[in-house]
Design a binder for this molecule. Sequence first.
Ligand code: ZN
Length: 410
Amino acid sequence: MIKWLLIFSFILEKVVDGVIHYLDSKYMEKSLPENVKDVYNEEEYLNWKSYEKEGGRLDFISDLISTGLLFLFLAFNWYAGIFDFLSVYPLYLQYLFFIIIMIAMMLPIELPFDYYNTFVIEEKYGLNNMTKRTFWLDQLKDFLIALGVSYGIFVILIFSFERFGNLAIVVAIIAIVVVSLVVAALIVPLMRIYNKFTPLQDEELLQKLHALCEKYHVEVKKVVVKDASRRTTKSNAFCAGIGKKKTISLDDNLVNNYSSDQIVAVFAHEFAHARGKHVWKSLPFGLFRTVLIMVALGIVLNFPVLFQAFGFQETNYFFAMTLIEMISWPLTMLLAAIGNYISRKHEYEADAFAAREGYGEALIGALKQLSKESLSDINPHPLVVKLEYDHPTLSQRIAAIRKEEANVAR
Ligand SMILES: [Zn+2]
């Protein structure tokens, strides 16, 4: 009984997710907000719609298949079967082998969709710059990183709970916080696994950027250019690092194809993230979510009946996580929405800063071009924005920038 209730909850999560994305795809048919009507011309607008449709259809099929597979795993107690099969090995090896088996099994399902998305859809719409070699190398790196990260998490969990009993939650939280801080601090070196970062060369541009840093006495350790063009024609920028020294990264696509004012505008936006310590400010909420998961884990592990319902003879750390997801997905969804709300608030703050520095119009121009080039969804369903968007929509950002400009003018 409990088993089928939980499976029902699992299916319900997927259905809710499906309904939300269905609403989103229907919303695309509505006319665009007034301030973004000029982003696409008639032909580009149709092009954007068919791109969204093809991508959406691919996502739907791939979600359907993976949901079906996970359903079989739950219904037929296959997770317990795999662990039974691995039970001759010591605990730490069981989890290592289990993760390898799971990733290897998901690979033949996910890989064809990834390949199709990159070399058929993205290629068709002129968004792909990836060679087959880069694609396969990326897949290999993804595999190794997924293996390392998920195994790392289980090592922390197994070690904490096997060694420290009731204190495990505290030990695991501390360990996970330390690891996340190290990752946040070393994000650029870690990203070198995928990309090359070279110092920005343009002297004139550098002068403008440094002037901004000096004006506000904020030290930016490095301004680097990321070789995004190796994979895509889309552009992006980010500010990374915690503590005093931040790194701001601009994509080469941005540096090469945008006007100097637009690049400074994007830099000013990223600079505002650095100045406002936004990476640092979003950490407490992330920590709060980790604490909740650990507490939930501690609770679930005390109910062996939940594990027995799915064929396990004893409690299991992997399945405990699966159980938590099945039980608490509405809460997880709510927490994600709150996290995204905090992130969107930071984005508005960063845009407002750029506007106050006199780069409002340049930023609007850059954002419009960025959206157009990446065929991004400029008219998403408001509910999807609330739940899933860590950036406000283009239309919302333009409206907020214009409002800030009007405030400055007054
Ligand atoms: Zn931002």
